[in-house]
Design a binder for this molecule. Structure first.
Ligand code: 572
Ligand code: ZN
Length: 349
């Protein structure tokens, strides 16, 4: 068995190179990785060597949206067998701290998280992971769909945080993968009106084809103008805004557009911290809710895909092999390619 990985050595230095096959311990499994999606944070590490407060101090295997096949079982693993295909939940918390014990394990301060420095990711051929955070995929769920459960989990969590339910009128700022997946989950939850905004017409067209009731192309630099447009066209204020663009513009649009007493869910992260009209949020009593990754969402994400309720395949725009990882990253980062979700296949041909 030989292993190769997409190793990021620093900004703009991604190399596909041999690495050791990991040794597994109790309650771990060795996986032959199948599909790994590229996320916006992977692109940040690739372009700048950092993302948010996390800076790479040493080379790091990239990738955290993965699926794989169990090839070896550590002692104590009961719920999996060799040959099972699984989706990998990339965050493995300590399980012992108060946050873990109350189920809010995404906030665990000693969580291992794939491709967040100093932790290695899973864009490689062989990867070890805690069996507890591997979810067996039914035969009819593909490897690509297994990888897509990761961003789908973010969407499931975001809708939970926004209490998106029957009759909710929702505004989503940003039609990237998480924005579009949030649309799909919201519709399943019974949201009756979903409006979505973006600067990119191709992404808006995809959102419309997947069920968005309204798509707004951002053509102004004044968020209150867009908010007024939305209100004019939709006829109602949204009860909830889920901000997935990671821009000040998206945050501000949410504060202006959301109905008084409504809520704004923060999913996108604005580098350096968001600036938005906080006093308006005060006077409108808008509840601002944070989303940091997700907790307890993989089982729901898997059910949504397994029952055919959410079509995650519709987001996959490009596929590459692991040897072509650099090309995959270039494709994902480029505006011209119209990439939505780029998936890398780790299996040798
Ligand atoms: O799918 C998990 C995920 N989480 C993201 C971004 C992309 N993908 N978050 C935003 C960035 N933060 S962070 O703490 N960080 C870079 C680790 O700033 C994590 C959550
Ligand atoms: Zn991600």
């Amino acid at each position: 068995m030989t292993n190769i990985a997409a190793v990021l050595h620093g900004a703009n230095d991604l190399r596909v190179e041999p690495i050791p096959v990991p040794e597994i311990k109790e309650n771990e499994v060795l996986l032959a990785m199948k599909s790994v999606g590229i996320c916006g944070s992977d692109l940040k590490y690739w372009m700048y060597g950092k993302c948010g407060k996390f800076t790479m101090e040493k080379p790091m295997v990239i990738g955290h949206e993965g699926s794989g096949e169990v090839v070896k079982l550590g002692p104590g693993v009961k719920h999996l067998k060799i040959g099972d295909r699984v989706a990998v939940e990339p965050g493995v918390p300590c399980g012992r701290c108060p946050l873990c014990k109350t189920g809010r394990y995404n906030l665990c301060q000693s969580i291992f998280f794939c491709a967040t420095p100093p932790d290695d990711g899973n864009l490689c051929r062989f990867y070890k992971h805690s069996a507890e955070f591997c979810y067996r995929l039914p035969d009819h769920v593909t490897d690509d769909e297994g990888a897509m459960l990761e961003p789908l989990a973010v969407a499931v969590y975001s809708c939970r945080k926004g209490q998106v339910g029957l009759g909710t009128r929702l505004l989503i700022c940003g039609a990237g993968p998480v924005g579009i997946l949030t649309l799909l989950v919201a519709k399943q939850n019974g949201a009756t009106t979903v409006a979505i905004t973006d600067i990119d017409s191709t992404r808006l067209a995809l959102a419309k084809s997947l069920g968005a009731d309204y798509a707004f192309k951002v053509t102004t630099d004044e968020p209150s103008t867009l908010a007024t447009d939305i209100l004019d066209v939709v006829g109602d204020f949204p009860d909830v805004t889920i901000e997935c663009s990671g821009t000040n513009f998206g945050f501000s649009t949410g504060i202006y557009a959301t109905v008084p007493g409504g809520s704004l869910v923060m999913v996108g992260r604005v580098p350096g911290g968001a600036e938005f009209p906080l006093n308006l949020a005060f006077t409108k009593e808008i509840d601002i809710r944070g989303v940091f990754r997700y907790a307890n969402c993989y089982p729901t994400a898997l059910q949504l895909v397994s029952k055919g309720l959410v079509n995650v395949k519709a987001l996959i725009s490009h596929r590459f092999t692991i040897d072509e990882s650099l090309k995959a990253f270039q494709t994902a980062a480029s505006r011209d390619t119209k990439a939505v979700k780029v998936i890398i296949q780790c299996e040798p041909n």
